[in-house]
Design a protein around this ligand. Structure first.
Ligand code: NAD
Length: 402
């Protein structure tokens, strides 16, 4: 099996074979992208999505993203606010019978317009609404973090298996051009061996904003800034290095007199040690100036992604590579790309690159970080043997920098 292998080739091989083929591709050459841009499918062939929870992300990114998707479309809304749901349905041209409440949610089982349910609720509600959707026979795309506990993540994975439905976690950076470019350059080995990854993901929070109030509540968020923003760094250090941490140490700095931090930690800094010898330093906070940035230090070069995980305008600088110090990253709608990927998963045309197991791995690592914090920075072992099934760098096609 050649080391350089494109996603299309893998899919032509059949997905079962693809998994085996990937086993030896850790240092694969970047795939020969870009692939041709495909036209939108006819409406009748698009996969119908029900969006559950009509908050900031749904209204700002997901519903607009569905409009621009190639093979996915908005089919239903689930909300506890009838006025808001009616307004959005009217704007999107949805009929009144495509609006569900949390009480009559289970009726989606009888609605053939819905194939995928997208869970965009506060984190503590992800497990219940995912499991109910799976029991209703629907596939689920669930926002990050997957849930608020390891047990809930495991129950969600078990429910998907029992229902024989797909469960994907909405890790949008797996479908985003800058992050895929970083992954591909790492896999190519062009900058030499990775030595250190530094991720800083956080922002200021505002208790008077209802959307932040639940994020600052431990029960609803499962971990404040770490669960909301730090998770991007936990996930990024793993997909940049294409390996899993074996140990973590972490410290927190939280001002308990600040009303925002009654139940959650504020600043957390952690260190992951990876089997290759690489180290990842991560930080998160709900009281520092907004940042979604990372740096990768390799033997012969350095990559800086700042911002590295915004919805748009991500910027990559490469030191030590010839010719392309600032590759121009293509602007795409990463939400549309992610939902199109889910639609292709449902069609059986694409593998689950970010399955429930990915969400569970991050949940376990975040719990290990919090365990180390509780033990004053003690080392916590994390070598429980998880291996990612598919490498986004090999599988996901987006336009490459020009
Ligand atoms: P939000 O607070 O703006 O929206 C949450 C929605 O849930 C609201 O419509 C609210 O009315 C509804 N809701 C139902 N029951 C609720 C309850 N008991 N308490 C509070 N709200 C309740 O949040 P958001 O920013 O849209 O985030 C939703 C999810 O999306 C979260 O899991 C978050 O982590 C995730 N998210 C992901 C990204 C990303 O880039 N992938 C970005 C933002 C948010």
């Amino acid at each position: 099996m050649p080391n350089s292998i494109s996603r299309r080739t893998l899919i032509e091989l059949g997905l079962a074979g693809a998994s085996a083929a990937l086993a030896g591709t850790a240092l694969a050459e970047p795939a020969p992208f870009p692939e041709p841009q495909l036209p939108p499918l006819p409406d009748s062939e698009k996969i119908g999505f029900a969006v559950v929870g009509l908050g900031k992300l749904s209204q700002g990114q997901i519903i607009p993203g569905l409009k621009g998707a190639r093979g996915a479309k908005l089919a239903a809304l689930v909300s506890g606010h009838p006025d808001k749901a009616r307004r959005i349905a009217a704007e999107q041209g949805l009929p009144a019978d495509a609006i569900y409440t949390y009480d009559d949610y289970d009726r989606i089982a009888h609605d053939p317009r819905i194939q995928v349910v997208y869970i965009v609720l506060p984190n503590s509600m992800h497990a219940e609404y995912t499991i109910r959707a799976l029991k209703a026979g629907k596939h689920v795309l669930c926002e990050k973090p997957m849930a608020t506990s390891i047990a809930d993540c495991e129950a969600m994975i078990a429910a998907a298996k029992a229902a024989d439905r797909k469960l994907m976690i909405a890790y949008r950076c797996h479908y985003e051009p800058l992050n895929l470019e970083v992954m591909r350059r790492m896999r190519s080995g062009a900058l030499g061996k990775p030595r250190l990854v530094v991720t800083n993901m956080g922002r200021q929070s505002d208790l008077s904003d209802p959307s932040d109030a639940w994020r600052l509540d431990q029960k609803m968020s499962g971990g404040g800034a770490l669960a909301d923003m730090g998770i991007y760094g936990v996930n990024a250090s793993r997909y940049i290095l294409a390996e899993e941490p074996v140990e973590v140490r972490a410290w927190a700095q939280t001002d308990r007199s600040d009303p925002r931090f009654r139940t959650t930690e504020d600043v957390i800094a952690w260190q992951f040690r990876f089997p290759s010898g690489a180290i990842a330093n991560g930080s998160t906070s709900f009281s520092y100036q907004g940042t979604m940035a990372y740096q990768v230090f390799c033997e012969h070069g350095k990559m800086t992604a700042e911002p590295g995980a915004f919805y748009g305008g991500n910027h990559l600088t490469i030191d030590g590579a010839k010719g392309d110090r600032e590759p121009k990253i293509h602007e795409i709608d990463q939400f549309a790309r992610e939902m199109d990927w889910m639609a292709d998963v449902v069609r059986g045309k694409a593998p689950l690159v970010s399955p429930g197991e990915e969400g569970l791995q991050d949940m376990r690592l975040m719990h290990a970080i919090l365990e180390s914090v509780a033990k004053g920075g003690a080392t916590v072992r994390t070598d429980w043997g998880y291996r990612r099934a598919y490498d986004p760098a090999v599988m996901v096609d987006v336009p490459r920098p020009v």
